[in-house]
Design a protein. Sequence first.
Length: 641
Amino acid sequence: MFRPIHGYQLSMNDLRDATSASKKTAGCLFTNFEDLTDEERVYLNAATIGDIGVIRMSLEDADSNSNFNVNCVDYMGRNALHLAVDSENVESIEMLLDKLSFECIEEALLHAISKGHVKIVRHIIEHPNYMACEERLKRIDSQNAFFRTTEKSQFSPDITPLILSAHYNNHEMVQMFLSRNHTIEKPHPISCQCADCQAKQDYDSLKRSRSRLNAYRALASPAYMALSSPDPIMATFELRQEMMRLAEIEKEFKREYLTLVEQCMNFACEMMDLCRGTQEVEAVISDFLEDGANIRDPLRRLRLAIRFEEKKFVAHPNCQQYLTSIWYGSETAFLQSWTLMRKVGLSILATPLLPLLCVLYIILPTSHLARAMRCPASKFTTNCISHFLFLILLSAATFRLEERYDIHEADNPDELSVRSWLDRHFRPSKAIITHVQICIVLWIAGHFIAEIKHIYFVGFRSYMMNAYNLIIYGILALYLASYTLRTIVYGWVQDSDRFFNATNRIEDLIRRNESKRVKTMVMAWKMSPNRQASYFLEASRFHWRPDDPEIVSDVLFAVANVFSFARTTYLMPAFEALGPLQISFTRMLTDIVRFMVLYILVIFAFMVGLHNLYWYYGLQMINPPANTSFKPQPATEMFEG
């Protein structure tokens, strides 16, 4: 007897009847062993032990005995051919292949594949009975296989011999079925809205997900990718991206898809392990350009791996060694054996000569010096030097070192006092764009041209995919806006100076020591009907409007400076001591943000609760004693600090 379930008492007979009914509807996978005749039991037992004589007699009697079924199965749903595969008796298998139905042959073939019996699999697929119906297995109709309700095999209806061989990563079996034109159909995208996908989703969503997982498990098999794809590395990259998207969408099977993603990455690394020389590594990493020209890009495949975040592939020793050879090139290969201090010393010595080297590079583009400067190591070094020189210029402009140490030539001692007074009180006499800022403008113009060339060669889409390129784009936009406003302000200030002839008149009055007339003249300018002209004569920023163009220009310049100094982090990963630290800090920031979200949520919850408790007292007024001069004040004022 069984325990009650939801108020019902189930007996053994009831359970047996229910099981029997379910068998009839499910396709009789597990049949009742008592329903077999004695001849069928002897027949199945002979197939188990490989008794060829009994099997031959049973098959001969099957033609005259209508009660004998050569396709009969035991209590576990195993037919005679299935049992013969377990016994690995080739003669009995050959004999049974002549008599059994194709469904039994198909199930036995899948079982032989799962057991790894390559010889038996070859015998089955080369038998005439199998070859006559092989077209049914080459590409199973996904519609019919998916909606099949009978379960006559231990394998899912969507499992083909090639898919199962790929699941077990058996190279010989995969090659056998590929040579016989078997294929694996790639599933439709998970967002596909075709009638077939919608019907499968409505019928059984779990079955659809499992079928897709089985297909991708076969497609991700190293044996299948190596034998079926003309470019296994590219196939690995593309398949890995598809499965990563599926892992994010189908959370229930995320672990399985991520396992396949890791398998694809390991396969790509194993392909790199097989490379025994630089030429073979170059053949794997390089690829032809997209424009159809017969020109190979030595790093095109590697750029794709970086974009797909194939970290293990990029970090592979063979790949890194190939990158190192390209990094230094043939002209500067001697730098590879130099110590860090010698490299730094060479960079310091080359810094003052950098303008001359750039001019020689332009004038003599085919010289040995030009070829040496064209290698990636030289480009990186010159880029770093240029960036740090630019930061020095920004620092000089920020701290106004040029104005602080500026020395004016004067014919008499009064000239310096006049110039000092004008700088403090008169806007036209102050240099809005200094010599340092002119150097910064030239650097920005050169960098702007370099970024345009970069966009031209890599494409706008690829350029915008890089976060650091977006930072550079923002920096250049801020600097251009800042200096555009400075130029506009400079024009307005000069127009105001010419309108009032202010500079000449003020200098003349100061030299004659007529300070009262200077003040009177300045007050007259401020009362002038032309308010814009008089406004741009004021030097004190306390009297400027908040939206003054020069103030806005300084704000944009300050923000651009912050990003320019922060852009130095782009160079840090190139250094072994700083790169891992930056990567660890970046990953730590995500954890800090998560913690802050929870922390703010808890603080907000307490804030709401405390406000509900004390809101009444915050509205009250504290009345001072009658004999004092204090006024009533809110109760919260004493807590405001």
